[in-house]
Design a protein. Sequence first.
Length: 247
Amino acid sequence: MGFFNDVKDAALNRLFPRRCPLCGTPLMPNERICGECSDTLEYIKPPVCLHCGRPAFDCACGEEPFVFDRCVSPFVYTKSVRRGMHRFKFHNAPTVADFYAKYMAAVVRREYSGEYIDVVTFVPMHPADQRQRGYNQAQLLARQTAALLELPMSNRVLVKTTRNSVQHSLTRQERQRNVSGVYELNENCRSLKGRTVLLCDDIITTGSTLNECASVLRLAGAEKVLCVAAAAVVGSAEQSLKRIYIN
């Protein structure tokens, strides 16, 4: 049976080759991601700020008072991670969430090991933008991360009520103004009083979006807001993030 299963798997892989989740290149049978993407993966490494989660040399806490308790990310937003995020968001590749969520769950286990998380949720998109894309990438990341952590996930915590400008071309101060007041508590949200919320997003740049969402959660009574993003923009945030819009 083993021989026939191997033959079947080889035939299926020839007809429907597995592809690298980050760049879409066909994979060899034993590969999880392609060699080029593997070589250019850059992880967030210590020492890191225990609040904003950035490498210590790029801590953002002095530039904006953060309402969330802490944020962590597995990856630096560069090279293969950037390519994968572009594919995830703009090339109808929702299954890329599986790759990122595996690492998001791992960093949550490691960094939030002493926390009791009551619910996992995500940064919402405006309904018009979500209809255009077909899915909310942050929602997919939250769903997969929650499943891996065996935690409850809710789609009914936050809503985005205003279709604001895209953040990638804005300065830090403009980003703060751009997200101010655009998120609200979902009218169907269960009580958050005294609860610890894990808030998921795809990329953290300045932290303004997560901070605005955390403010809404705090006002709703959340005791703690812990954040996790698939990747963090380190160094020149504006220049790095703009590259996501370039094929």
